[in-house]
Write a protein that binds this ligand. Sequence first.
Ligand code: NCD
Length: 308
Amino acid sequence: MKHLLGIDDLGAEGIGEVLRLADSFLEVTRRDIPKVPALRGKTVVSMFYEDSTRTRLSFETAAKRLSADTMTFSAGSSSLRKGESLLDTVRTVEAMGIDAIVVRHKSSGVPQRIAGWIDASIVNAGDGWHEHPTQALLDAFTLRRHRGDSFAGMKVAIVGDVKHSRVARSNVKALSALGAEVTLVGPPTLMPPNLEGWPVKISYDLDVVLPTTDVLYVLRIQRERQQEALFPSLREYAARYGVTSERLARLPADALIMHPGPTNRGVEIDALVADDPRSVINEQVANGVAVRMAVLYMLLGSGEGRAA
Ligand code: NCD
C-alpha cells in the first residue's frame, strides 16, 4: 500500500493489520524512551491547510517516535483554491527529498490529487467533508482495546452533524467493515442529502436510541462549515441532541462515549459528560499516536529506498 486516502484503501483486512501493528507501537509509546529506529532516514512532511491541533501534533509525534525526520508546512487560508499554487508548493516540497506528506485540506479530494502529482506517499489527515481515515482507525483501535477483536453486533450511534463530518464518513466505513451496526442520529438538516448505499440506520430521536447503544459517538457541530441556519439555535440543538448528564442516564452502564475533539462543551456534549467514567475521549487522543505510527510504518517501513 502506498497511500492512505480513505478507509476503502484498507478494507477489513488492512484495518485489522493497522490495529495489530498499533498494539505493538502503543507498547513503544509507553516505554521510558518511546522511540524506535524503524523510519530512520525517512522524511515526513505535514502540510495543513486547515486549523488543527491534535491531528498535526499526533502525526508529528508519531513520525518522531519512529525516528523519521519531520518538516511542517503551515498554510494560511488565502491561496487555498488555486490548484496551481498547490501543485507548485507540493513540487517544491518534493524537490527537497521527502518520503511522505500528511495532508489536511478543506476541499475534498485534495490528497488524492496530490497523490497523482508526486512520488511520495500521501496520508489524508482530513479532506473537507470527505474522509479522515486515521481518526476512524484510532477510534476502532480504542474500541478494540475495550471490547476485543469482535465488533459483530456492536451498536454504535453516531450523533450530530453527520452532514459536514469526514469523521462520520470514515467511521461508518471502518466500523461497518468490522461488523458493527451503525445508527446515525441527528436532525434531518444535519444528515447527508443522499444516504443511499450507506450501511447505516437513521434516527432523529436520540432519547429513543440511547438505551440500546453500546458506543455513543458524539460529533462536533461544525459551525465553520455551515453556510445556512440548519437548526434554529445552538440551544435548540443542545436541547434535542446535546449529550447531557440527564440524557446519559438512558445510556447502558457499560457503554462507551467517544468524541474526535475538539469538543464544544455545552453544545453537543456537556462538560460533565466528557469527564464521565464511560468517556474514552482522552484515550482516543493517546491511541492516535500509536495508530499513526502504524500507518506511517505500513506506508514507509518496507525498507525500500526513496523513489526519485
Ligand atoms: C476532526 C476533524 O478535524 O475532522 N477533528 C480531529 O481531527 N480530531 C473533527 C472535528 O473537527 O470536528
